[in-house]
Design a protein around this ligand. Structure first.
Ligand code: 5GP
Ligand code: ZN
Length: 118
């Protein structure tokens, strides 16, 4: 069973922010911003590449609800999902990083020349 499935089953403790029948949100153990929450489906789905549009409908409102719950929606925030090796996905259970609580940085994300693909 994967790490996040264990968190869903409460076999591994987490600081839960929001939960419903299909989704769970909890604090990232290694926060990269003052607010860093992970939103996951309770169904084990490997990543964004294989998620259905139906799950994403629920995920969208769930993430919006997280932003309201922790009061970051007015100031703004960022939603990220890492996909596969190049995306930097470490946990192979779909998750969205919800980041905020301060002005976030936005700089080069790789050492390669970004103009290469223009
Ligand atoms: P990824 O790199 O796969 O996009 O993100 C995985 C995230 O899961 C990382 O930000 C990491 O800090 C977080 N993480 C890894 N293990 C645990 C854990 O046991 N508990 C919690 N709450 N977060 C975890
Ligand atoms: Zn899983």
């Amino acid at each position: 069973m994967c790490l996040f499935c264990k968190i869903i089953k409460k076999e591994i403790p987490s600081e839960i922010i929001l939960e419903n029948e299909n989704f769970l949100a909890f604090h990232d153990i290694n926060p990269k911003a003052p607010v860093h929450i992970l939103a996951i489906p309770k169904l084990h789905i490997e990543g964004f590449d294989v998620v259905s549009p139906e799950i994403m409908v629920g995920m969208t409102t769930f993430i919006q609800d997280i932003a309201k719950e922790v009061d970051i929606q007015k100031a703004g925030y960022r939603v990220i999902t890492n996909i596969g090796d190049n995306g930097g996905q470490e946990v192979k259970h779909l998750h969205f990083h919800v980041l905020g609580g301060a002005k976030l940085k936005w700089s080069h994300l790789s050492d390669s020349n970004p103009k290469k693909f223009l």
